[in-house]
Design a protein around this ligand. Structure first.
Ligand code: TYD
Ligand code: MG
Length: 446
């Protein structure tokens, strides 16, 4: 029997300290240390067990079939379906639809074999009620309201499940530990047991995870290292669109997105989301320009708005929503120096419509054109899209996937494009005229 010892573990980063302190010595967070009991195993002797090695070439030749989740968008984010034996962690704010997504996936995944949905948050009645609402009353997936990992794994083994869903990992505990569910050591131990189970049996395991105030999956970062795939479910407040994003994926591209809409009957896929963030104005308005953003393998059309207004204070304000504030300040400086835009003495507000975050430099050109449009109170034609990165010397730099961006814009009826010279394709998309520029001064020519 291992000896139990009391240690203080930071609930933020997982560092263990022998005594309590107000601040974690590792991550610097305050008041995050909590006492937990840990067992110390006896010192292991030298390995005497014979272990087998395997040939990579032989293993690499056997292709792993993937389990389709019934949702094209979820499969896309996973890189083409669930890999047997993999562990997927799904994080997101409360009420965003994690349980709904998992229940819908459970019903679709039963075509591949037995599915077990273990819930530690809701009663069986609540889950059943939701299933009814989702029109899944005929689903044969097994339900279990249980929070003990060992019992869940026993049930999963007995039912020979191919897919195991845990909602949520923060409610689970392992009998081997004395700390409460949700404590760092419990989270780590429960996840480790589930990962071990997935790898030894080839079961695909889906874990739902809570997020903290700042949007990270609650618990130590090690949780994200232990699993194969980490997905985040996100949404803007008030929007019915939900974006599923892969931030880590051992079996597919990271940063891939899938888009869903929350409807009366649960989550509906949005298979062609490129223009959902676009609000078409009947008349062109000053200060508004459409650009094309890349998310994973997708091109999204988004609207950038800038409002320049005479400032009354000594220090003009620069406010950026959905764009990095430092980048906005930098772009305005370049616009002044190399484009002759007199923006000093002007408050400048920049916004990306629809609560989208434009993290790409490809939006630079659109932001400056929108700024000029607002400053001169002259609308930009609403048949135009613009993208391109801006350098400090006033040069317009090419961006990746120029052709894909242009094609997406052409598909939605845009007929003019202003892009970096190097992004001009040999054959522009049908019905679109593409103008290439190398300098900002060229781009701002009327
Ligand atoms: P839920 O899946 O319980 O969220 P999570 O598990 O991430 O906390 O989603 C709950 C929200 O979704 C709730 O606010 C109601 C809404 N909803 C719908 O709009 N339509 C539906 O069909 C369902 C099941 C939920
Ligand atoms: Mg839930």
């Amino acid at each position: 029997m291992p000896k139990l010892k009391k240690v203080f573990i930071c609930q933020n980063c997982g560092t263990a300290s022998p005594k309590w302190q107000g601040q974690c010595p590792d991550c610097g967070e305050w008041n995050t240390l909590a006492s937990e009991m840990t067992g110390r195993a006896s010192r292991p002797g030298p390995g005497s067990r014979r272990v087998e090695t395997s040939s990579l070439a032989i293993l690499a030749q056997t292709e792993q079939p993937r389990l389709g989740s019934g949702s094209g968008e979820l499969d896309r984010v996973l890189g083409g379906g669930l890999v047997p034996g993999s562990v997927i962690l799904l994080g997101g704010d409360p009420g965003i639809g994690k349980s709904t997504l998992m229940l819908q996936a459970a019903a679709a995944l039963q075509q591949h074999g037995a599915v077990l949905y273990a819930t530690g948050e809701e009663s069986l009645r609540q889950v059943a009620l939701r299933a009814r609402r989702l029109g899944l009353a005929q689903a044969t997936a097994q339900l279990l309201a249980e929070t003990c990992v060992e019992d869940i794994l026993a049930a999963a083994t007995a039912a020979k499940v191919r897919v195991l869903i845990i909602d949520s990992i923060q409610t689970m505990y392992s009998r081997g530990l004395e700390s409460a569910p949700g404590a760092v050591s419990q989270l780590r131990e429960s996840t480790a047991s589930l990962v071990r189970y997935a790898k030894t049996t080839g079961t695909a395991v889906l874990l739902v995870g809570h997020v903290t105030k700042d949007g990270q999956i609650a618990g130590p970062r090690v949780l994200e290292h232990m699993v194969d795939t980490v997905l985040y479910f996100e949404s803007d407040t008030g929007s019915r669109f939900r974006v599923l994003r892969s931030v880590k994926n051992r079996f597919g591209a990271a940063n891939e997105i899938g888009v869903f809409a929350m409807a009366e009957q649960g989550l509906r896929e949005v298979t062609n989301p490129s223009a959902i963030f676009l609000s078409r104005h009947a008349e062109p308005v000053p200060g508004s320009v459409i650009t094309v953003m890349r998310e994973g393998t997708r091109s999204l059309l988004i609207e950038v708005q800038v409002l320049a207004d005479a400032s009354l204070g000594a220090n003009p304000r620069r406010v950026a929503v959905g764009i990095d504030g430092n980048r906005l300040t930098m772009l305005l400086a370049v616009a002044h120096r190399h484009g002759g835009l007199a923006l000093h003495g002007q408050d400048v507000f920049a916004n990306v419509v629809g609560g989208v975050r434009l993290a790409e430099t490809a939006g630079d050109l659109a932001i400056i054109i929108a700024a000029r449009s607002s400053l001169q109170d002259r609308p930009v034609p609403n048949s135009l899209v613009a993208f391109g990165e801006l350098g400090l010397a006033g040069e317009i730099r090419p961006v990746p996937f120029g052709e894909e961006r242009l094609r997406e814009a052409a598909k939605h009826g845009f007929t003019e494009a202003l892009v970096p010279e190097a992004n001009v394709p040999k054959r522009p998309p049908d019905g679109m005229s593409v103008r290439g520029v190398t300098r900002l001064s060229q781009a701002l020519e009327p």
